[in-house]
Design a protein around this ligand. Structure first.
Ligand SMILES: Cc1ncc(COP(=O)(O)O)c(C=O)c1O
Length: 397
């Protein structure tokens, strides 16, 4: 056994989160793609079977009340809240991240308008996951704003009294770079604008501190580090003090103050419910609720500490197993700038990743030359990390 393999065993033996791995359905594959689709929590299949057979099959329509279907979006939002540093009553679950980006951005521009005229610009992270950019462009067009794509580093100098809102990613999906949410939010606020954050690649992997840092609005998906399952619903956070001003561009009947009043005129519900649109996707939503059980008693700070230890160890093992210069880490080495993934630039990444997958190490490829490895601290072990780097070395060399 190599020295690195011995170290991995020792680190696993000392890892307080290691027992959580048994709460997931896993096999001999080293699964480093939880930043794309989280693994299946072991409690989900039975819960879904109950939802389908009993709640739907036997109780049918009664389940909207008796099985708590109607209130699931807010109830599950409150389960996600502590993971992103939010007090209850500010997060609603539903729709996709893309749809929630739309709701959040248009609502942010409308809130900016309440602060006075002249805020005619919308800033968007130029390096963003494409959907955020597409939707920001449409939101800008619909609200008569000019869209300015800027890198997160350029945001402070791009801000002015013309800025209505800024859409940023907490962690860059491609490079794994962690952006400074507290400092950028403060900069946006000092320009009098609203900060909208996409938490897809940070929620469930590291502390976010939405309330602590005064974030205005935030969105995120639940199928990555929250393990909600393929296409599980996203969430929308609206800071409590802004909820009264949240004017949804998609005011469906589910967000009406009296949804069953069937009134022809719209009156928004108070609180997080105002972010809802139409009938929630109950099967996916309740799979997510069951998936969140694995978080009971888990501190996000402990998850972050393990995430950094895993990614540090991966970088060390890759350095030991590959020829110098064969791959180049693009994820920052500094902990303060690193999310929970490692992206390696590799000229033949498109061929390397399928070879890794064929050898039981699953990460993903991002165009044009990035090997992306996500580290979900709830179920990835140090032994996995050592094996992944060893197999990568074999494939590359
Ligand atoms: C940062 C980011 N934003 C948005 C999305 C898109 O989310 P959805 O397909 O749920 O709308 C993704 C998907 O991976 C993402 O990584």
């Amino acid at each position: 056994m190599s020295e690195l393999a011995r170290r991995a065993e020792k680190l696993d033996a000392e890892d307080a989160l290691a027992p959580l791995r048994s709460r997931f359905v896993l096999d001999d594959v080293v699964y480093l793609d939880g930043n794309s689709l989280g693994a299946l929590p072991a409690g989900v299949p039975d819960r879904i079977a109950d939802v389908v057979r009993r709640q739907w099959g036997e109780l049918r329509i009664r389940s909207w009340e008796e099985s708590g279907w109607w209130t699931a979006p807010e109830r599950i939002g409150d389960r996600i809240a502590p993971l992103v540093g939010a007090a209850p009553g500010q997060i609603v679950v539903g729709d996709s991240t893309s749809v929630n980006v739309f709701k959040a951005l248009v609502a942010a521009v409308r809130m900016a308008d309440l602060r006075g005229p002249g805020r005619d610009e919308l800033l968007v992270d130029a390096t963003t996951f494409p959907t955020d950019g597409y939707i920001a462009e449409s939101a800008a067009r619909l609200t008569g704003r000019t869209l300015r794509p800027v890198t997160p580093d350029e945001v402070p100098s791009a801000l002015s009294d013309r800025t209505a809102a800024v859409l940023l990613n907490h962690v860059d999906y491609r490079t794994g770079r962690l952006h400074d949410l507290p400092a950028l939010t403060a900069a946006v606020h000092s320009a009098g604008a609203l900060a909208v954050w996409d938490l897809c690649h940070s929620a469930g992997a590291l502390p976010v501190g939405l309330d602590e840092h005064g974030v205005d609005l935030a969105v995120g998906c639940t199928y990555k580090y929250l393990n909600g399952g393929p296409g599980s619903p996203a969430y929308l956070y609206v800071r409590r003090s802004l909820q009264g001003d949240f004017d949804s561009p998609l005011p469906g009947w589910n967000s009406h103050a009296e949804p069953f009043g069937m009134s022809p005129s719209y009156a928004p519900a108070p609180g997080a419910q105002r972010g809802r649109v139409g009938t929630p996707d109950i099967l996916s939503m309740l799979a997510l609720e069951a998936a969140l059980d694995v978080w009971d008693g888990v501190r996000v700070e402990a998850v972050r500490a393990k995430s950094l230890a895993l990614t540090d160890f991966f970088l060390e093992c890759v350095g030991a197993r590959t020829e110098p210069g064969r791959v180049e880490p693009v994820t920052p080495a500094a902990h303060a700038h690193r999310g929970s993934q490692i992206a390696l630039r590799c000229p033949d990444a498109a061929e390397v990743m399928p070879a890794l997958i064929a050898r039981g190490v699953v990460g993903d490829f991002r165009h044009p030359d990035i090997l992306r490895f996500g580290f979900t601290p709830l179920y990835v072990s140090f032994t996995d990390v050592e094996r992944a780097a060893r197999v990568l070395g074999e494939v590359l060399n």
